[in-house]
Design a binder for this molecule. Structure first.
Ligand code: G6P
Length: 485
């Protein structure tokens, strides 16, 4: 494969923020790590990004293309939108993707709604994506498919009779066979994943789970090699299977956090908070994030160690998400109820234990919040990687912050030498971990944070993209201290 194959990135959601105000659409490039890392590669290779702009209802495609034109100039690559009908959004996006695969792959099978019409829509939307990809690509391009919404894409292209070089990265965990076996379409999902020439997971655990599931259908399959990339001989052919942890643009976060503006804003934030020790939680509203568990552990710490009352506060930012799935609305109510119970029980005239915000904040404010906090608290019940914890570390310019991290987040393995690892289901031990992080000696805090920052700096999102593309091209990985992963 030539170095400069044109690259086409496909994901359910486009890396843009589209807003409608007073009947007029406006668009901005997204600020996520994936788009930051992929932009230079896409620019360099003259590629494009294909996906859904997140819109619902009637929208004029040619009008949308017109407003996307200038954004493509800004980003340096083309953005190709695929519009979804309301029924497709309900059955493919909210349905199969977010009411079957999402809960099942996060080990929450009781939340799955195995509706046959969801599967039909999942197949149909994949075919719709494939038709657009076929139109915009050639046999020479590399098609990089991202995430669980588009597992069927390589197969959809094949069924159209279109030959393409398709590779895949799964951003969420892959479940163990005991759970995966519950899926009525389990064999189709394995077979469709096996159509990609390179399949990559966040962690060794996810890859092992996938191989175990594949083996349950194809007992004669064979794994060759070890390390980050292995070969799987299965169904008469060989595919590459990798495990590479996604990351953030470390330098960008660090330089934003080091700026004067961030220092000033973080001081302002602290001035408004009466507690001496500030714990920060930032999560997308999702039942996988363990937010009620975090709140209960925080309350337990206040109860178990009463001298902490008045001294510590938790600032919990919740970013709205998937409001069309019933569980998400119920979770929001549960969180708000818990916060008001805890605040009602412990607040004084001078101190509020939990400060809560539901909404989005821009990156500058986010960085100032990270910098202002004495501890970052991530309590996911299961998480593909979790980038909040890496962002928190990158913003600790004085290395004094403590990271309390769920052992069920993909990031736990990489950050285990510096984070205080917790089992979020264990309320007592999590409350103790909180206590420990408050009274940890400064030297220990700094040593731990330095170790985490080093690891995140060495394996940032550029490292991830480069190695993903090297592996997809059958090349050796670069800058890969295997022992540490
Ligand atoms: C997770 C998934 C992504 C998804 C994101 C936001 O990180 O891995 O594929 O885009 O959540 O969820 P949403 O449903 O709003 O796209």
């Amino acid at each position: 494969m030539a170095d400069k194959e044109r690259m086409i990135v496909v994901s359910n959601r486009l890396p843009i923020i589209l807003k409608k105000r007073k009947q007029k659409w406006s668009v901005e490039p997204g600020a996520g790590g994936l788009v930051t890392a992929l932009s230079p590669v896409l620019k360099d290779r003259g590629g494009m990004w294909i996906g859904w702009p997140g819109t619902r209802g009637r929208i004029n495609l040619s009008g949308l293309r017109k407003i996307l034109g200038p954004i493509s100039e800004e980003t340096g690559f083309r953005i190709v939108p695929i519009l979804l009908e309301n029924g497709e959004i309900d059955n493919y996006y909210y349905g199969f993707s977010n009411s079957i695969i999402w809960p099942l792959f996060h080990d929450l099978e009781a939340l799955c709604r195995f509706q046959p019409q969801y599967w039909e829509a999942y197949v149909r939307v994949s075919d719709k994506f494939a038709a657009v990809i076929a139109k915009h690509s050639t046999e020479k391009d590399i098609i990089w498919v991202n995430d669980y919404q588009l597992i069927l894409l390589a197969g959809s292209l094949e069924r159209l009779g279109v030959k393409r070089h398709c590779v895949f990265f799964l951003h969420i965990p892959f479940p163990s066979p005991d759970l995966f076996i519950k899926l009525p379409w389990r064999k189709q999902i394995i077979d469709e994943l096996l159509r990609f020439s390179f399949l990559c997971f966040q962690t060794h655990r996810d890859r092992r789970n996938f191989i175990d599931c594949a083996r349950s259908f194809y007992p004669a399959c064979r794994v060759v090699g070890r390390g980050a990339i292995v070969e799987l001989e299965i169904k008469g052919h060989t595919i590459q299977i990798g495990s590479l942890p996604i990351s953030i643009d470390y330098k960008r976060f660090r330089s934003m956090a080091s700026a004067k503006e961030a220092a000033l804003r973080s001081r302002e934030i602290r001035k408004d908070i009466t507690a001496d020790f500030l714990v920060l939680g930032i999560d997308r509203l999702d039942y996988t994030k363990g937010i009620p568990e975090k709140l209960r552990a925080f309350a337990r710490a206040l109860e178990k160690y009463p001298h902490l009352q008045g001294k510590i506060s938790l600032f919990q930012l919740i970013i709205p998400s998937r409001e069309g799935v019933a569980e998400y609305g119920a979770l929001r109510d549960e969180i708000q109820k818990l916060i008001s119970e805890i605040n009602g029980r412990f607040s004084t005239t001078a101190w509020v234990p939990i400060l809560y915000r539901y909404g989005t904040v821009d990156q500058k404010e986010l960085v100032a919040m990270y910098r202002a906090a004495d501890a970052g608290f991530v309590s996911s019940l299961k998480d593909g990687m979790n980038l909040v914890c890496k962002e928190y570390c990158a913003c600790q310019t004085d290395y004094k912050g403590v990271l309390i991290l769920s052992e069920f987040a993909g990031a736990a393995y990489q950050l285990r030498s510096g984070a205080i690892l917790i089992n979020p289901y264990d309320v007592e031990a999590t409350a103790d971990a909180l206590y420990y992080s408050i009274f940890m000696k400064e030297e220990e805090k700094k040593n731990r944070m330095r170790r985490m920052c080093k690891s995140i700096r060495e394996r940032d999102v550029y490292w991830w993209v480069n190695n993903f593309l090297r592996a997809a091209a059958g090349k050796e990985l670069k800058d890969f201290p295997e022992a540490e992963l």
